[in-house]
Design a protein around this ligand. Structure first.
Ligand SMILES: [Zn+2]
Length: 94
């Protein structure tokens, strides 16, 4: 699980354990029931890249600035990081 801590620039990538995913999602204002994740309008949260419905188990990355949650498909995570220009930083840390 990755969690960039700055809105405009990732200065830190916080990696946290899967057991904490639900708490992080709830702290960000999402509603979790039976492992399914809902936004503040009561709609199922979907990965903006592949459209898959987000669950606690398939959450791959959380981006607080935009409140974007992507699924655990590596392509989706990389696509988002690429879009916001952070792949170079990741390259250095992998
Ligand atoms: Zn996805």
């Amino acid at each position: 699980m990755i969690f960039p801590t700055k809105e405009k620039k990732i200065e830190h990538l916080v990696v946290f354990e899967d057991e904490k995913t639900q708490k992080v999602l709830e702290d960000m204002g999402f509603y979790v029931e039976d492992g399914k994740v809902y936004n503040d309008r009561g709609e199922r949260l979907k990965c903006p890249y592949c459209g898959k419905e987000i669950t606690v188990d398939n959450t791959g990355g959380i981006f607080p600035g935009s409140k974007i949650v992507v699924c655990d498909n590596t392509t989706c995570i990389l696509e988002h990081l690429d879009k916001v220009g952070y792949l170079q930083i990741l390259d250095e840390t992998l």
